[in-house]
Design a protein around this ligand. Structure first.
Ligand code: PBG
Length: 324
């Protein structure tokens, strides 16, 4: 079975994220999780966003939740000594990312939607999103690793695994693996329409995931490509069993977001990426102007058809009650 419509209804927090209708209910806060204890390290270019160890992460998420921010997206930052050619650490169940999933689920259970990034780039020594052979990213062997990562996250308790790699056929393979493992309630968010954008710079610094050679243009979408390709990718992931379809980045692609939202049946998410965040943080003179810019940006995503909005602005917007 490819499609399990119950997945998006499984918990009250999933239903609220997708169908809540308000800006606050739609928000997902990204987090960069590092190994160690009491680490709360500011990230260059992303004021207000820190790399955090699991203990600090737990406190941050608890406070966010008290302001109604009840969904997180976790990125595991992998230390240099754990990186290898096969991204082994990404599916090592003793990793700090897996500990974070267990700990958040233990603390919040069904009251929090835990999403996890599934890609190879943070754990490969070359920083590419797939396995590399003769300087080429090979597709199908990379999908096998992605499946292992997704399975390890789902078994740890993630609500949604979020495939951000842009390999062909990975949603189908992850869904089949979930079926075989009786993970009938585990969701898949597909980064379906993900461009080879220049707006990911601050993130790659935060996640230590820059490619050591070349770029991501052989798998992420050409920024010049038309709506047809966006709709093809979205429809493919939907038919392969994705529970949520994502468009990324957000602001330069609001037109694509609207087209995709009109073309698919499943809920749609948008990723307001690191470079977009930095632009707003740099452009606003003071808190009042930042508030207006953030609310305007988040409103635009809703107008363009997003059910779910992943944004680094989520925490400040929720805690200062700029949105409700
Ligand atoms: C991993 C991944 C990236 C982002 C999310 N998942 C970086 C990339 O594709 O290089 C970017 C997020 C952001 O810029 O905020 N593949």
């Amino acid at each position: 079975m490819n499609i399990r419509p119950r997945i998006n209804r499984w918990t009250a927090s999933r239903r609220n994220l997708i169908n809540g209708g308000t800006i606050l209910s739609s928000l997902v806060q990204p987090h960069f999780v590092v190994a160690g204890e009491q680490i709360d390290e500011p990230i260059r270019g992303m004021p207000g966003i820190h790399q955090q160890s699991v203990d600090v992460l737990l406190k941050t998420v608890e406070e966010d939740a008290s302001y109604g921010l009840k969904a997180v997206m976790l990125f595991g930052v992998v230390a240099h000594e754990h990186k290898d050619a096969r991204a082994s650490y990404a599916h090592d169940t003793s990793s700090h990312l897996h500990q974070a999933i267990y700990a958040l689920k233990k603390a919040h259970g069904d009251d929090l939607v835990v999403m996890t990034d599934v890609c190879l780039c943070t754990a490969t020594e070359h920083g590419h999103c797939g396995l590399v052979h003769d300087r080429e990213i090979i597709n199908d062997a990379s999908v096998n690793v992605l499946v292992n990562i997704a399975l390890s996250h789902a078994k740890a308790g993630a609500d949604y695994v979020c495939a951000s790699d842009m390999m062909d056929g990975r949603i189908d393979s992850i869904r089949s693996a979930f079926e075989k493992n009786e993970l009938t309630g585990s969701g898949i968010l597909a980064y379906s329409v993900k461009y080879a954008s220049s707006f990911y710079g601050p993130f790659r610094h935060a996640a230590q995931s820059s490619p050591g050679f070349g770029d991501r243009t052989t798998h992420q979408m050409d920024v010049r490509s038309g709506y047809e390709e966006a709709i093809l990718e979205a429809n493919l992931d939907e038919s392969e069993g994705a529970d949520i379809i994502m468009v990324k980045p957000g602001l330069p692609y609001l037109d694509v977001l609207r087209k995709v939202a009109d073309s698919v049946v499943r809920p749609v998410a948008v990723y307001n990426v690191s470079g977009e965040y930095s632009m707003v943080m740099n452009a606003a003179d003071d808190e009042a102007s930042r508030q207006h810019m953030v609310v305007e940006v988040l409103t635009a995503f809703k107008r363009a058809g997003a059910n779910v909005v992943v944004s680094y602005h989520a925490r400040e917007a929720a805690r200062k009650r700029w949105v409700n």
